[in-house]
Design a binder for this molecule. Structure first.
Ligand code: NAP
Length: 283
């Protein structure tokens, strides 16, 4: 039951129809006996400032931020975590005494899932990343910070990949480059990479049959990660598993980025198994 003492947490974005975060967080609050409630609030860009200012004066412990506000919200914060500043986007905000501090837990979420399912840390590894949007930015910046040997970006809009590579090389370390999105080029660089990551929405439901990477470019030594979590086994992951590659599902990133946010809101460690079970029940 929501009472006057209940701490609120919100997800701000537009549209929000697909989000699993409210269910994941609310299940944990209930099981852990925490007087918290997580609610989705669809917010258009024009209303972001007024709604966010009101939340700072209300009983909110924090909020998650999703498309399209992850960059715009930065101007409304009182404080910014250094990693979120480097990434240039925020997905989690903690409210404390009327002040808002922004974090980005997406890269951390990916790292934990890579460790858990892929069995590796990024240090000295070569990565080929499909996509250069918001999630790619958080992941690539975090991998560079974690001492990745090489990060190659392959994106439909090459200018966006070039801008991200330049940002990584300038802000962190000179380890990023861009490749063309054609089969011959992907085959050449995939053969040299240890980890292939899909950060595009290619393969996401209802386009389940699509993959960003030709199956012929995948081999048994690869670790192949797909951050798309619906469907759970994307075409890319199914093709990779057939080749004997190690696969990393998108659900892991979703759960671990949510776990980090949960701790920022409640100052408690979540039950990861329960979080995963709740999220998976919707897929
Ligand atoms: P975004 O900022 O909009 O970026 C989308 C990326 O996908 C861009 O690189 C875009 O290329 C590419 N793309 C989209 N449609 C394409 C197509 N038909 N052909 C080729 N490239 C295409 O979105 P995002 O926030 O990074 O999210 C991307 C995906 O990751 C979504 O499926 C989202 O659900 C998933 N995601 C998962 C998690 C998780 O926790 N597992 C977290 C965040 C996001 P252009 O630059 O050319 O447009």
């Amino acid at each position: 039951m929501i009472t006057i003492t209940t701490k609120l947490v919100a997800l701000l974005g537009e549209p929000l129809g697909h989000s699993l975060s409210p269910a994941m967080h609310n299940r944990l609050y209930k099981e852990m006996g925490l007087d918290f409630y997580y609610l989705p609030i669809e917010v258009a860009a024009d209303n972001l400032e007024v709604i966010f200012s009101a939340m700072k004066k209300m009983n909110f412990a924090g909020c998650n931020i999703t498309i399209p506000h992850k960059v715009a919200i930065i101007d409304l914060l009182d404080e910014l975590d250094p990693l979120a500043a480097t990434i240039g986007a925020v997905n989690t905000i903690q409210f404390n005494n009327g002040k808002a501090k922004g974090f980005n837990t997406d890269g951390y979420g990916f790292l934990r899932s890579l460790e858990e399912e892929g069995g590796i840390t990024p240090s000295e590894k070569k990565f080929l990343i499909f996509g250069s949007g918001g999630a790619a930015r958080a992941i690539a910046m975090t991998l560079a910070q974690e001492n990745a040997a090489q990060i190659l970006l392959c994106n439909r809009t090459k200018e966006k990949a070039s801008a991200l590579a330049a940002d990584i090389n300038h802000k962190i370390r000179c380890c990023a480059d861009v490749i063309e999105m054609d089969t011959a080029t992907i085959a050449k660089y995939a053969a040299e990479a240890e980890v292939l990551i899909n950060t595009t929405s290619i393969g996401m439901s209802p386009n389940n049959d699509l993959s960003p990477c030709p199956a012929a470019c995948i081999n048994a030594d690869h670790i192949v990660a797909d951050i798309v979590y619906n469907p759970h086994n994307t075409t890319l992951l199914r093709q990779a598993a057939k080749k004997g590659a190690t696969i990393v599902h998108g659900l892991g990133m979703l759960v671990w980025q949510g776990a980090a946010a949960f701790t920022l809101f409640t100052e408690k460690e979540p039950d990861i198994t329960l979080m995963r079970k709740e999220a998976a029940s919707f897929l």
